[in-house]
Design a protein around this ligand. Structure first.
Ligand code: UGA
Length: 435
């Protein structure tokens, strides 16, 4: 590998922009390419087009030192790039299967402009078998082009994307060109801290590792939520139960936090994609169908817990704290917090919400749900508070102060993230999920 290859990263989302800025920070001249010109304009001004801790600073630094080049033009970026990362979206279609249209289009366009020897690296989440069909697409688009194709699934989480990328549990590289895999691994060694594990597999195995990892994490969450429903009935506390279970090294404590269920741009889509892929190939995936069923039941479960305690008197005011799908991100895609707010409105409650960062279109919220610009406004005169996203500013609330602003006294901790003793000490009624 030459010492400083030019790289193009297609798609300026969480995965693409974080990868591109880290490569640029490591000294690699990196094009970040996206067809959405408002995004590219923002990046050129030295800012990230979405909230992700630390990313604004990285974009500013790498734009300033000219290592990161933002563009909407394939022609400007691709011909001089030796390695091209594909990080475009693969949203799910109505039937749950993955829409691979953006991936095919990006690689077709890049293939038409790429130079011999180029390595296409797939970071978008795609069903197993997609790589082989993309190789055919590239061959058709650019007959005679000498290229390699590597599947390199991404495991970063929104909210901790930069740290995750610097300290990955593993870097998975799938494909049948050892030389191409070595070149991509060489790039990763520049951005990952020493000690990262590299796993080399076939193309199909790398593709399936990604969806399987997300599916298993989703399964852990739905499993914890199923046990939480039982714990709630028996008087056990799900947090203690999972602490005890998770101490078993074969199981582990991570992703066993019960609450209002998972959301975001990944788990719901990837689980749906796995179920659709299994259906197509005739493999049984009832296990994941159950995971989805449990997850879909959780916002209703939260609302039922609230209405059981507040009574059915319509028009009562309830504050939902949090709208993003988890703390640390402005992303509200498929957020259970949004679902809870809307379900409360459907049940006849008037709802106020507050989130420090969530980006959400008004049409996603029912008219009885009002988004307010600060916490005091959201809490004023409410009968109950539902904590639906575990932002630190909610976790660390001064509950005596909160009580002073509320009309009622009910606190529903839909993330099991609060100190229940502190809430009760303030004279409020605490309810969690499975506690
Ligand atoms: C997830 C995976 O964790 C990443 O490894 C993967 O790279 C990414 O998807 C992706 O495919 O791009 P992300 O969606 O950013 O990352 O967020 P997570 O931290 O995994 O949380 C997902 C959802 O599960 C959130 O709504 C969170 O509140 C919920 N969750 C998480 C629980 O309800 N309980 C838990 O114990 C953990």
């Amino acid at each position: 590998m030459k010492s400083s290859p030019q790289v193009t990263v297609i798609g300026a989302g969480y995965v693409g922009l974080v990868t591109a800025t880290l490569l640029a920070e490591a000294g690699i001249k990196t094009h970040i390419l996206d067809l959405a010109s408002p995004k590219i304009k923002t990046i050129k001004r030295g800012r990230a087009p979405f909230f992700e801790p630390g990313l604004d600073e990285l974009v500013a630094k790498t734009i300033k030192n000219n290592r990161l080049l933002a563009t909407t033009s394939y022609r400007q970026a691709v011909p001089s790039s030796e390695i091209i990362f594909c990080c475009v979206g693969t949203p799910d279609k109505k039937d749950g299967s993955s829409n691979l249209g953006y991936v095919h289009k990006a690689l077709r366009t890049a293939a038409g402009l790429a130079a011999d020897g180029v390595v296409f690296v797939q970071k978008s989440t795609v069903p197993a078998g997609t790589g082989q069909s993309l190789i055919k697409t590239i061959n058709k688009m650019a007959p005679g082009l000498q290229f390699s194709y590597v599947s390199n699934p991404e495991f970063l989480r929104e909210g901790s994307a930069i740290t995750d990328s610097r300290h990955p549990d593993r870097v998975v590289l799938g494909g049948d060109s050892p030389a191409a895999i070595r070149r991509v691994a060489g790039l990763y060694r520049l951005i990952t801290k020493p000690g990262a594990k590299y796993l080399q597999t076939s193309l199909e195995s790398a593709e399936l590792i990604k969806v399987t990892a997300n599916a298993f994490l989703a399964l852990k969450i739905s499993f914890a939520n199923s046990i939480a429903k039982l714990a709630g009935q028996t008087g056990a506390d799900i947090k203690s139960v999972m602490d005890g279970v998770g101490l078993d090294k074969r199981i582990g404590r991570a992703f066993l936090n019960a609450g209002r269920g998972y959301g975001g741009g990944c788990f719901p889509k990837d689980v749906a994609g796995l179920i659709a892929a299994a259906a197509q190939s005739g493999a049984d995936m009832t296990i994941m169908e159950s995971v989805v069923k449990v997850n879909n039941s959780m916002p209703n479960y939260v609302v039922k817990r609230l209405s059981d305690q507040l009574g059915a008197k319509t028009g009562q005011l309830v504050a939902v704290l949090g709208l993003s799908f988890k703390a640390g991100t402005s992303d509200s895609r498929r957020s259970p917090a949004v679902a809870i707010s809307n379900l409360l409105a459907d049940c006849g409650y008037r709802v106020t919400t507050y989130d420090p960062k969530a980006v959400i279109a008004n049409r996603q919220l029912k008219t009885a749900v009002k988004r307010l610009p600060n916490l005091p406004a959201a809490l004023k005169g409410v009968a109950a508070v539902v904590v639906a996203t575990d932002w630190p500013e909610f976790v660390n609330l001064d509950w005596s102060n909160v009580k002073g602003q509320m009309a009622g006294d009910l606190v529903l901790d839909a993330m099991n993230c609060l100190d229940d003793a502190a809430v009760t000490k303030a004279g409020l009624r605490y309810t969690g999920i499975g506690r």
